[in-house]
Design a protein around this ligand. Structure first.
Ligand SMILES: C[N+](C)(C)CCCC[C@H](N)C(=O)O
Length: 288
């Protein structure tokens, strides 16, 4: 099994992640807290209250976990295509796989990465939602002191299954939308590249960016539900399940709730995924 895809997936994912984390924090806060009037208000309040560091809360864990998550995504994607079409990454420009195969391989990668991602994503969301400024004398300490403490507290208070809160919503969010992700990327690359040639860097950037946006736009409704289920059991109310979470969120806040974070998700998705695909293609290309 070719391993380069796993390594390239890891490095490219990490680059994209750092770039996108500040957007991600604003998104998570808008989705789960009702104290902000919008993106700008959330950014201003976060900055005033917590300084620039506030935007980078909860980042260390995703950086560590992206090694697993993105390498599973890209590695499984590429190896599934290898099984389906008997072509390696290098041969795929000459013999392009069908969009159905690309979609199936993307869904497979998405499904498997969701399980690796679930506990890391939960911890990230819990830490991002701590709005207390960094330790100040006299102020009460935040509930979680850091990722390890957060994981240990969830384990103790909510049991091992607690670490997988929201995992179902996450799997449903990621399986089809990562199929869409790779299919959009392939389609856009092929639109502007002569047959059999490698896409130019500019094409890869634009195709990666739009693949990210398309995938996030379709993923946003379940992203909101996922984040809410992950926060449940803490300050927020408990939900009976995913359906209950959907119905009660829609009843209380209207259908618009399913699009919370859409603008910021899209703004984040372009640079993150442009950089992810560019570095992925570049690394695989330079390794021959
Ligand atoms: C499937 N879903 C839309 C959720 C994610 C797709 C893009 C993944 C990328 N690492 C990013 O963070 O943007």
């Amino acid at each position: 099994m070719p391993v380069e895809e796993f390594v390239a997936g890891w490095i490219s994912g990490a680059l994209g992640l750092v770039l996108g984390h500040p957007f991600d924090t604003v998104k998570v806060r808008l989705q789960t807290q009702n104290t902000y009037r919008g993106i700008v208000d959330c950014m201003v309040k976060t900055y005033r209250h917590e300084s620039l560091l506030g935007f980078f809360k909860g980042m260390s864990f995703p950086i560590a976990s992206i090694a697993v998550v993105n390498s599973v995504l890209f590695g499984v994607y590429s190896n599934t295509l290898l099984v389906l079409t008997a072509t390696s990454h290098q041969e795929r420009r000459a013999q392009p796989p069908s969009y159905t195969h690309v979609f199936i391989a993307g869904c497979t990668g998405g499904f498997l990465q969701a399980y690796c991602l679930a506990p890391f994503d939960l911890i990230k969301v819990r830490l991002q939602n701590q709005t207390e400024p960094r330790a100040q004398p006299g102020s009460p300490p935040p509930q979680y002191r850091g990722p390890v403490h957060c994981a240990a507290s969830i384990f103790q208070e909510e049991g091992p299954r607690g670490l997988f809160r929201g995992a179902w919503a996450l799997t449903l969010r990621d399986t089809p939308t990562l199929g869409i992700y790779f299919a959009t990327y392939e389609w856009l690359c092929r639109q502007s590249t002569p047959d059999g040639q490698n896409p130019s860097s500019a094409t890869v950037l634009v195709a990666g960016g739009f693949a990210g946006i398309t995938s996030w736009v379709t993923a946003t409704p379940l992203d909101v539900i996922k984040s809410r289920m992950q926060m449940a059991g803490l300050k927020q109310r408990e939900y009976q399940g995913m359906l209950d979470c959907m119905v009660s969120s829609a009843r209380q806040e209207g259908l618009g709730v399913f699009f919370r974070g859409l603008t910021i998700n899209s703004a984040r998705a372009f640079p993150v995924n442009a950089v992810t695909f560019l570095s992925y293609e570049y690394l695989l290309h330079s390794w021959g």
